[in-house]
Design a protein around this ligand. Structure first.
Ligand code: GAL
Length: 403
């Protein structure tokens, strides 16, 4: 492991430098331990995209119920993650408590577990979260212990308020100092999580600042956000999703690039556009965290989120993130049994759908392959040299090709 934290700092910051040198590097034993927590990209639900700051205990319980009743849990979605705005005040001993929307976090965790699901929570390495609630700054070990006592299985740790601290030590002159503070803060919480003895998946959220994919593993991240926030529009989703080309070399089992949560079912895109998000995220080996109101899913939304063929691509054991094969937008992913998932996207919304031809030799195949269409769930038959498809506007055609 490289210690990318140690950098020359000027004398005024010698104390800080020493602290960082001690604090930043995580032992390979710790890292090996945490890598096991997410052998495949985590799947579940998060409250933010639909409920945002309005989320309540009742909403989260209803989401857990819907995950079971809709079949989402059985399709692999297990994490029920409460995002920002659950936080209340600290008591005289510094222990964090939930606010009035969440009367009893331990009881909520127990309820989620009783439904065969896992419990996720959110905090910030800064004094305040993005929504202005209490963060974990200066209380990392205490908060990690509290989360473990509540039965938490997943922590999303969102940079936000730490920016004020980063600016304090480095008001803009030397970005490497600010970066070192950030990395140290993430490593610190990872150590605190490990010290609880409870397996807690660690989700780093800092929007890809300072190429997090190059050091997310060093600070114990199981997943790291690679971009700014997604929103429920084709433009936002496509900009984020298609910009992931080239990041595939930073992802592997236990350590995933995270292009943010799913918007499927939230209403701002067409069904074809949501199929694009699901397919692209599966090619990218991205975490699949649904962000819709699970209690109000129509059949189309269910068929997209619970497409078992596409989920199988996302969860493929090899854990090799896919890559962009070439223009216009043809992406492929190598699977554990030597098969390949191939997705051909039509990402131009105001254009007439065009046929796209994919040659087998560009995918590394010599000789014929068997093809299955992962959205119609039908066998396409044998393909000898190439295939030509015309994805619908904003949509996708996705095949699994095997010898
Ligand atoms: C953002 C984060 C979102 C959500 C929000 C909560 O920074 O990217 O996913 O967590 O904060 O305030």
């Amino acid at each position: 492991m490289t210690n990318r934290i140690a950098r020359p700092l000027n004398s005024c910051c010698a104390f800080l430098a020493a602290a960082l040198a001690i604090g930043a590097a995580l032992s390979s034993a710790l890292l090996a331990q945490s890598a096991k927590l997410a052998a495949t990209p985590p799947m579940g639900w998060n409250s933010w995209n639909h409920f945002a700051e309005k989320v309540t205990d009742a909403d989260v319980r209803a989401a857990a119920d819907a995950m079971v009743e809709s079949g989402m849990r059985d399709a692999g979605y297990v994490y029920v993650n409460v995002d920002d705005t659950w936080e209340g005040e600290r008591d005289a001993q510094g222990n964090i408590h939930p606010n009035g929307k969440f009367p009893d976090m331990k009881a909520l965790g127990d309820y989620i577990h009783s439904r065969g699901l896992k419990f996720g929570i959110y905090s910030s390495p800064g004094p305040k979260t993005c929504a202005g609630f209490e963060g974990s700054y200066g209380h990392e070990a205490q908060d990690a212990a509290t989360y473990a006592a509540w039965g938490v299985d997943f922590l999303k740790y969102d940079l936000c308020g730490l920016r004020s601290i980063m600016d304090l030590y480095d008001p803009g002159q030397d970005p490497s100092k600010a970066s070192a503070i950030m990395r140290d803060a993430y490593a610190k919480m990872h150590r605190a999580l490990i010290a609880t003895g409870r397996p807690i998946v660690y989700s780093i959220c800092q929007y890809g600042v300072d190429s997090v994919w190059e050091w997310g593993e060093d600070v114990g991240g199981n997943l790291w956000r690679t971009t700014d926030d997604i929103s429920d529009s084709f433009r936002s989703m496509a900009l984020i999703g298609f910009s992931q080309a080239g990041l595939e070399r930073y992802s592997k089992p236990g350590r995933w690039n995270d292009p943010d949560m799913l918007e499927v079912g939230n209403g701002g895109m067409t069904a074809d556009e949501y199929r694009t998000q699901m397919s692209l995220w599966a090619i990218l080996a991205a975490p699949l965290l649904a962000g819709n109101d699970l209690g109000k899913m129509d059949e189309t939304t269910k068929s997209i989120l619970m497409n078992k063929d596409v989920i199988a691509v996302d969860q493929d054991k090899l854990g090799a993130q896919g890559f962009r094969l070439g223009p216009p937008q043809v992406w492929a992913r190598t699977l554990a049994d030597g098969a390949k998932a191939v997705a051909v996207f039509n990402f131009v919304t105001d254009d007439v759908p065009q046929p796209v031809t994919v040659r087998l030799r560009d995918l590394g195949f010599s000789g014929p392959v068997h093809a299955r269409d992962l959205w119609t769930h039908k066998d396409v038959g044998l393909i000898r040299d190439s295939f030509t498809v015309t994805p619908p506007q904003g949509g996708v055609v996705m095949f699994r090709l095997s010898k």
